[in-house]
Design a protein around this ligand. Structure first.
Ligand code: PLP
Length: 445
């Protein structure tokens, strides 16, 4: 059955937009003047509206559709699960949840044994924070200023950027500066300097706050929404060493960076470290049904063998979401999606973006790993002045007009296509970026 607005007549973009604007309250927005893009359907890396316009996806929605749209194998698994069992409470055992957890554990480093399922990334972080506090008997949570951890109580309090809303009920959150050489807080001029100084800063913060009061360091392996800030070599190892030295739980947030995005199953693999807790969501089933979770290392998992874990959600491990996880991970393995993210991301997308930067003065910095890249736009390369919101808006509109679905945050274009995108599609998109940036060359000095 198709949802229809008017039974006989063709649906237009305006019909859907007006329906939305009449009844839907949107996230992270003022409700007054919204003009949401209308999407009718999608397949692979392409989306379309009701009037024949198509878009090549360089956003993966909210950086979650890692295997592309309407993957037949995932759809088939979800339909089969619908016929078998569509809802069951978390306290029972069911096949889909067991199979999903087994697959996730098998992808994790040695020493990880169990998965606690949630509905999304924010509640994964909530529960990881709670586990760390119960396990250590300590209170404080350290997290980075340049971070996003989700929009619920402790997750938004842990978030370090402008989205951290006043939240007096979630206490014990301490923020530190994470490395970001392009706009260094430490006056560093090399990655090595940035790394050393950021680690010295974190050590000092830990000493001043009192190590015995710190339950966890919560860090995105590659901070995503905050700018795709790939940590300098050695930084993650340094954070791991500090956590070990002071008995602090290291929680790595892989909600956005995980499940292939950076060209490895987990982003932290490329830094040669192993955390104590891993939070995930998004790419685990490409958003085909809401799911997230906490991957738990053995010592913490064993601790809860005889200590009560006070936490749980009605839909934790929902069968439909679990069936989608099983099929997504199996499809990713068989179709070598992670390998594609590394090969096409590092071998085609990144060199293409570097070539654009060599040509367009608007691009101040390019950074990223795999299919997780960002271009930072500036009006003046010398002063690194971020391109203003109105100008970014004009670029976004031109990209949409030219058939690219883009992901723009502040003065950055996050170039984050599905991990399945082919070299040909990437090249097609790069040509459009090139054309659009040329149109706006007058924005830069
Ligand atoms: N953690 C990170 C790194 C994220 O990027 C996000 C969402 O963008 C979240 C947590 C929150 O996930 P969700 O929106 O599924 O709650």
């Amino acid at each position: 059955m198709k949802l229809a607005l008017q039974s006989e007549m063709a649906i237009t973009n305006d019909d859907v937009r007006q329906l939305d604007r009449s009844y839907v309250f949107h996230s992270w927005s003022m409700q007054g003047n919204l003009n949401p893009m209308v999407i009718a359907g999608a397949k692979g890396c392409e989306l379309w509206d009701y009037e024949g316009n198509t878009y090549l996806d360089f956003s993966s929605q909210l950086v979650n559709v890692n295997i592309g749209y309407q993957h037949p194998r995932v759809l088939a698994a979800m339909k089969a699960q619908l016929d078998e069992l569509v809802t069951i409470a978390p306290a029972t055992a069911n096949l889909a949840r067991g199979e999903a957890a087994k697959r996730i554990v098998s992808l994790a480093p040695e020493g990880f044994s169990k998965v606690f399922f949630t509905n999304a990334g924010a509640d994964a972080n909530e529960n990881a924070i709670r586990m760390a506090r119960l396990y250590t008997g300590r209170d404080k949570i350290f997290s980075a200023y340049r971070s996003y951890h989700g929009n619920t109580g402790s997750a938004i309090a842990a978030t370090g950027d402008w989205r951290r809303v006043p939240n007096e009920y979630s206490r014990g959150h301490v923020h530190f500066f994470n490395p970001y050489l392009y706009r260094s807080e430490f006056n560093a001029t090399t990655e090595a300097e940035e790394c050393t100084r950021a680690l010295a800063h974190l050590r000092r913060m830990i000493e001043v706050e009192g190590p015995a009061s710190i339950a966890a360091i919560l860090l995105e392996s590659v901070p995503g929404t905050a700018g795709i800030l790939v940590p300098p070599e050695g930084y993650m190892k340094g954070v791991r060493a500090l956590a070990d030295e002071f008995g602090i739980v290291l929680i790595l947030d892989e909600v956005m960076a995980g499940f292939g995005r950076t060209g490895s199953w987990f982003a932290f693999e490329q830094d040669g470290i192993v955390p104590d807790l891993i939070t995930f969501a998004k790419g685990v089933n490409a958003g085909y049904a809401p799911a997230g979770g906490v991957l738990i290392s053995e010592p913490i998992s064993r601790y809860f063998d005889d200590h009560f874990f006070a936490g749980g959600l009605t839909y934790s491990g929902h069968p439909l979401a679990m069936a989608a996880i099983v099929a997504t991970l199996d499809a990713m393995k068989e179709e070598k999606v992670v390998e594609n993210a590394a090969l096409v991301g590092n071998g085609v997308l990144r060199p293409g973006l570097d070539a654009l930067a060599a040509k367009h003065k608007l691009i101040g910095n390019v950074r990223g790993r795999g299919m997780f890249q960002a271009m930072e736009l500036v009006s003046d390369r010398q002063s690194k002045t971020p391109l203003a919101a109105a100008e970014m808006g004009a670029i976004k509109a031109a990209l949409t007009q030219a058939g690219i679905l883009s992901f723009i945050v502040e003065n950055r274009i996050h170039v984050v296509p599905p991990c399945t995108m082919s070299a040909e599609e990437v090249n097609k998109g790069l040509a459009i970026f090139d054309h659009v940036l040329a149109q706006f060359s007058h924005f830069a000095k």
